[in-house]
Write a protein that binds this ligand. Structure first.
Ligand code: PLP
Length: 448
């Protein structure tokens, strides 16, 4: 039965990323409060937050220190900007901290408000910098099929998922999509992970040659693809891909919006998976989702190119009113302080084996074709036939059913096509991991 609040919701809120034709009938799950890894709906029913919101609520709910950091900053200076001639301490301190943590040489941080804005900024920097370097033909950016980089015009173009393009008249010109490194789905018969990685690197090489290396500027990748279905690349994938990029002088952009800040047990997913990016997009866990803040970390050579171009043409015409918003920056700084003080990375490393053991045990379930994951993120892919890997008819929406049953069991997880993704808060305990997978197991059994 749809409640009054659900009816008001359906009548007034245009929901992001939803099937707009079915939402009103089913009614939204309306959440009211949270405590630790649990959230509570308006009737007081608790749910274990198995998705950390949208891959972002690392420290769980009810962190009073973060509330205090926001309140103090709001009292002191709720707003100041970073445009011409202005700055403020929270943005400066946060940029310094990020430079210290960055896994690659970092000169500066450009702040924005969302992962999409960060990746849009990346695209604009690639274009601007290549003009600055006197190679205006070197502008194309290669992303990957099933990548998720956001929904603003350039970011959605980088995203490699059909629903982000169809009828939005995207992608924009100059964006290409290389193969997805999902061995289970895309490897040839009998092809090992190593051979698959070699083939993808060879294909990328061929793609760049066909485009003309002088026209290809950048390759963008999430260390682990998140919203495309939690796709963990083969071990040697990035090493091989990077050899191709180096050969053709193509820069590497790491989209660390999900993997950054501990998801894989390192500050950055790049470190965990052997990526050596030129620039990095960050968001989500940067503030543990308590305030919207994101950024792009750039090295000296990009900073120098931007500065010399600005010397020629004047104002660097890019920036958001809320770039480095002082309240969000203060919350992010406090978040990073908590990660260090509470050794959250150490905690993640200590619980990952248990998380992965419980996750991969589902490979034996009759509905599950692949149970995959790394660090504290994973997915179960439902298949109609385990032997042939045949997918279910999309109309059956099996993953969505599992997610709905999980919700009834008191667990929030997320359907991505045929996969059910799991990405709990980093602070989750072993006992809570057991609760999560016990509930998920019951949901799977009910969906059989
Ligand atoms: N990049 C990645 C890897 C993401 O997972 C997301 C969002 O899930 C984005 C970019 C877009 O971030 P936002 O939704 O904050 O715009």
């Amino acid at each position: 039965m749809v409640t009054n609040l659900q009816a008001r919701d359906a009548a007034t809120v245009l929901h992001p990323y939803s099937n707009l034709s079915t939402l009103p009938a089913q009614g939204s799950l309306i959440l009211e409060r949270g405590e630790g890894v649990f959230v509570y709906d308006v009737d007081g029913k608790p749910y274990l937050e198995g998705m950390a919101g949208l891959w972002c609520n690392a420290l769980g709910h009810g962190r009073e220190e973060l509330v205090q950091a926001a309140a103090e900053q709001m009292r002191k200076l709720p707003f100041a900007h970073l445009f011409t001639g202005k700055s403020h301490d929270p943005a400066i301190a946060l940029a310094e901290k990020l430079k210290e943590l960055a896994p690659t040489q970092a000169a500066k941080v450009f702040f924005c408000n969302s992962g999409s804005e960060a990746n849009d900024t990346q695209v604009k920097l690639v274009w601007y910098v290549n003009n600055a370097l006197g190679r205006p033909q070197k502008k194309k950016i290669i992303s990957r099929i099933k990548a998720y980089h956001g929904v603003t015009v350039a970011s959605a173009s980088l995203t490699g998922l059909p629903n982000n393009h169809i009828d939005f008249d995207l992608p924009i010109a100059g964006i290409r999509h290389a193969a997805c490194p999902h061995h289970y789905r895309f490897a040839l018969d009998g092809e090992s992970e190593e051979q698959f990685a070699t083939r993808l690197a060879d294909d990328l090489d061929a793609m760049i040659q066909a485009e003309g290396p002088e026209t290809v500027a950048a390759f963008i990748a999430e260390p682990v693809m998140g919203a495309g279905g939690v796709i963990v690349p083969p071990k040697t994938y990035f090493e091989k891909i990077q050899q191709v990029l180096e050969k053709h002088d193509v820069m590497l952009i790491a989209d660390e919006v999900i993997c950054g800040f501990g998801r894989l047990g390192e500050w950055f997913g790049s470190t965990a998976l052997g990526m050596k990016p030129d620039t990095i997009s960050i968001a989500k866990q940067l503030s543990s989702s308590y305030a919207p803040i994101a950024g792009v970390i750039i090295p000296d050579w990009i900073d120098d190119a931007l500065t010399s171009q600005s010397a020629k043409i004047g104002v660097f015409g890019h920036g958001f009113t809320y770039s480095g918003h002082p309240v969000a920056a203060a919350v992010a700084l406090k978040t990073l302080e908590i990660y260090e003080r509470e050794n959250i990375l150490g905690h993640v490393r200590s619980i990952v084996p248990h998380f992965q053991k419980r996750l991969t045990a589902f490979a034996d379930h009759p509905l599950v074709g692949e149970a995959r994951g790394v660090g504290l993120v994973g997915a179960l892919e439902a298949v109609a036939d385990k032997a042939t890997k045949r997918s279910f008819d999309p109309k059956r929406a099996v993953a969505a059913k599992i997610v709905a049953f999980a919700e009834e069991e008191g667990l929030i997880v997320r359907a991505i096509g045929d996969a059910v993704s799991i990405c709990p808060p980093l602070v989750i305990t072993e006992a809570e991991i057991d609760l999560l997978f016990d509930r998920l197991g019951r949901a799977l059994d009910r969906a059989e």
